[in-house]
Design a protein around this ligand. Sequence first.
Ligand SMILES: *Cc1c(COP(=O)(O)O)cnc(C)c1O
Length: 391
Amino acid sequence: MVYHVDQRGFFGFFGGSYIPEMLVPNITELQSRYLEIIEDASFQAEFRQLLRDYVGRPTPLYPARRLSEKLGYPLFLKREDLNHTGAHKINNAIGQILLAQRLGKRRIIAETGAGQHGVATATVCALMGVECFVYMGEIDMKRQAPNVRRMQMLGTKVIPVTSGSRVLKDAANEAMRDWIAHPEDTHYILGSAVGPHPFPDMVMRFQAVISEEIKTQLPAQTPYQLPHSIIACVGGGSNAIGAFAHFLDTPSVVLIGVEAAGKGLDSGETAATIARGREGVLHGSKTLVMQTEDGQITEAHSISAGLDYPGVGPQHAHLARTGRATYVSVTDEEALVAAHELARLEGIIPALETAHALAYLPRHQAGPDQPVVLCLSGRGDKDMATYCPEA
Ligand SMILES: *Cc1c(COP(=O)(O)O)cnc(C)c1O
């Protein structure tokens, strides 16, 4: 279990909990109770029932016939885009709202980049009838306007963040500040496998349903027992770690995370944290962070709001450091081309985030008998203005 979290919240060298004094009570409460709560049989029963009847799980493992022919290896798409609200984010939001209820928290806050996590959180708060506030950078509110309206219709208050570069990392800062100001009644539903312990481990446990399903679907539906490789895009890393989780201890399965190179790894406008980051602390955990020589966090750039983040989950930093997983990157341009190709070849319009994983496929090494599974993390409705700007 060398790839899993230890008692102190570390994945090898990375992880832990580096937080201001004021957050210690909230984080300590979570650390001491999360496992007992989520391993409880009644929690699991409710979580599983909602994943099935509300989210629509299990999601299909779809053999992409025309794309496979073109690539020369069998490709299967894990259809997280078919979840209620259109991405994998809802798996984690359902888990965390059930946890918040058991902690007695009546007020929910969240940060969002592309708006998918905001929509997922707004959705589960409407479902449970609790108050919800979502922090979103002003820039992201413009580029993902349809998701802002969805959150508002669901009864959530979207709070524009005007500090910093007005994107995801700034929204996460504001959400942390809110949590410090409301320690008693508020739970912070963090949207990715980042942040102080126990968030990375907890989010992984909720998203692990993705690989749990792959592990039974592949042998049940195909001639293959195990995937040759699993590929997923990495922002903070929640869909990727969910798709990897049940295969981490099976060394024959190749694990590949695809980061956003933005305008290019050496352009100065990139979000490829594992490729270009150094050890540092961001949002409460020790991980790889994009920073200047003297440790100032640098701005990330990606065409995709959901990948536009200068850090990465500590578990991915550890998987990269140990070599268990390999991380590659794809530019804005390459992602756009891949999105249009999937639309034409398979009739599926992917999220811009997911398009990064798709763009890597032609470079991937696999043979005609080696099944490759790609986590299709979300659908592209929110990205139509970027895909087809004339419309
Ligand atoms: C948020 C998002 C991502 C990136 O987040 P991870 O935590 O890295 O998974 C990827 N794809 C979609 C569709 C998203 O909404």
